[in-house]
Design a protein around this ligand. Structure first.
Ligand SMILES: NC(=O)c1ccc[n+]([C@@H]2O[C@H](COP(=O)([O-])OP(=O)(O)OC[C@H]3O[C@@H](n4cnc5c(N)ncnc54)[C@H](OP(=O)(O)O)[C@@H]3O)[C@@H](O)[C@H]2O)c1
Length: 276
């Protein structure tokens, strides 16, 4: 709608997309204010509601895989990646991004998500509802990187399946970061986070693998690259359901049930559904 005086990359009327940082106001709003480096031009090939399904999960996957994991399109070919919990928002995007960059991708998900994840490019699928996942993984070659979207007990076995002393990384998105700061306050919570992360990092370093926490990070430049990947047909939005603004309570109810398959989209402005 409007641009600040120093903004040169955008002009009023441009179609843009962004993931709003958690410290700014804006989810489910008609108007938001963002910094120029948090915004990007929306892919031309997507409608607004399709495009809305991508920035948060894509920025998270990008932050975790590229910034924390050191993965790039130039070093990814034939690397062995494991995505634990691949059928949700982050997982469905991460599969596509890693496949576009030439990696070999193994995933865990429920049986009824196998068609979805294979359709997105997953090479090997383990059904966590019927298979003993660690037992299945024992028969496979070890991994260069594990992205854990599930957390909890997975940490107890997942790092055993990384290639030791080869720079391999385990990155979990499910961290006690907010829990600790909520429970202990910012100062003590941050200290607790530092202690927990430091202890685990050291423990696994002794075993020759890297343990990391991953976080969403807003980034316009990353979205620029993702926009190009979308328009090149390398990645697509996975939209499980769309809701109108008055249906927000039902949309959240649906999210609370879990078992997401990609993303749920809310069309804040009526009529956006098919808008190009
Ligand atoms: N740290 C950060 O900044 C950050 C950013 C984004 C997300 N997150 C966290 O990262 C996690 C993943 O995010 P998301 O958006 O992808 O979540 P999501 O859309 O809710 O997807 C989670 C997926 O995992 C599947 N699942 C549940 N239990 C599983 C198991 N034991 N093994 C394999 N798959 C399992 C679920 O389907 P079924 O239950 O049907 O199997 C669902 O498809 C969430 O916990 C989220 O809170 C953290």
């Amino acid at each position: 709608m409007e641009c600040g005086l120093d903004v040169i990359y955008f002009k009023p009327g441009d179609e843009v997309w962004a993931a709003i940082p958690p410290w700014k106001r804006g989810s489910l709003a008609e108007f938001v204010v963002l910094s120029g480096n948090e915004v990007s031009h929306k892919p031309k090939s997507l409608s607004h509601s399709e495009a809305a399904a991508i920035p948060y999960v894509a920025s998270t996957a990008w932050s975790v895989l590229v910034n924390t994991g050191g993965v790039t399109k130039d070093n990814c070919a034939r690397k062995r990646m494991l995505i634990i919990g691949a059928s949700g928002g982050v997982g469905t995007f991460a599969i596509q991004m890693l496949k576009a960059w030439g990696a070999h991708v193994t995933v865990t998900c429920s049986q009824n998500a196998e068609g979805l994840v294979r359709g997105l490019g997953a090479d090997h699928v383990i059904d966590y509802t019927t298979d003993d996942v660690p037992e299945q993984l024992k028969s496979l070659e070890k991994f260069d990187l594990i992205l854990d979207n599930v957390g909890g007990a997975t940490e107890n076995w997942a790092l055993d399946f990384l290639k030791p002393w080869a720079g391999a990384k385990y990155i979990t998105l499910v961290t006690p970061f907010l829990l600790n700061t909520d429970r202990l306050g910012v100062a003590d919570g941050m200290m607790q986070n530092g202690v927990t992360l430091g202890r685990k990092t050291l423990k696994y370093m002794c075993k020759g693998v890297h343990y990391r926490w991953g976080f969403f990070s807003p980034s316009g430049p990353s979205l620029d690259e993702i926009s190009e990947m979308v328009d090149a047909g390398q990645v697509r939005p996975v939209v499980e359901g769309q809701f109108s603004f008055p249906q927000v309570p039902q949309a959240f109810q649906r999210l609370e049930e879990g078992h997401a398959r990609g993303k749920t989209v809310i069309n804040v402005v009526a009529g956006d559904e098919g808008a190009e």
